[in-house]
Design a binder for this molecule. Structure first.
Ligand SMILES: [Zn+2]
Length: 217
């Protein structure tokens, strides 16, 4: 029960769970999802690209159903190298698909990128965009997260954390797709050359958080 006489202590009730974290696969909770945990509109439609200086943000529209709740897709951005690690292993890049629902909950779907085969699905996003810092340009592309994730045959890690850039908003749901998608060296270089200094936050302490590993169906 909340003690209204000692409200100064309330902040200690909410743990400061931050992101990104290392996912220790020996200590995840394995769950065989009985229903579809993650489902996305067949097309996310992208409309703008914004140069945030140390990132590019692709604004778009679309709906996701996450654990039976409807979320609006808002924007995609990325990090070099990947922010979440799995058993300490770091990958070259991580895409963040940011969603929000009507009551303000934030859910981020994180997709790893690894070097390998050319990606047709992601090619529109891996371009040497001319847009200057702090400017916004029209950008037209579509993407099917459903197809992309299904093609990976991947599970997903789920835990509660924060945004990884200030203001580091807490209570963010993370859905980290286990298997990476591949892009070619040429594709990666088109984006990466603008962000040579990197834009990944350091790994944060897990502090006893539960990490669930869902086998997707
Ligand atoms: Zn991010």
């Amino acid at each position: 029960m909340l003690n209204y006489e000692q409200q100064e202590k309330w902040s200690k009730i909410v743990p400061n769970w931050q992101s990104p974290i290392n996912i220790d696969t020996l200590h995840t909770i394995e769950v065989n999802a009985q229903e579809k945990i993650l489902s996305f509109d067949d097309e996310y439609r992208f409309i703008n690209i914004v140069n945030k200086g140390n990132n590019l943000q692709y604004d778009g529209k679309g709906k996701a159903i996450i654990e039976g709740r409807t979320f609006d897709f808002q924007q995609l951005h990325f990090h070099f190298p990947a922010e979440h690690t799995i058993d300490g292993k770091s990958l070259p890049m991580e895409l963040h698909f940011v969603h929000q629902n009507m009551i303000g909950q934030i859910a981020v779907v994180a997709l790893y990128v690894e070097l390998g085969e050319f990606s047709k699905e992601l090619d529109s996003f891996f371009q040497d965009f001319p847009v200057n810092e702090s400017e916004k340009d029209p950008f037209s592309a579509t993407l099917s997260l459903n197809n992309l994730i299904a093609s990976l045959g991947s599970g997903v890690y789920h835990y509660l954390g924060s945004l990884t850039t200030p203001p580091l908003v807490k209570n963010v749901e993370w859905w980290v797709i286990e298997k990476p998608i591949t892009v070619s060296v040429e594709q990666l270089d088109k984006l990466k050359k603008r962000f040579n200094h990197g834009n990944a936050r350091e790994i944060q302490p897990t502090n006893g958080r539960k990490i669930i590993h869902y086998v997707l169906r």
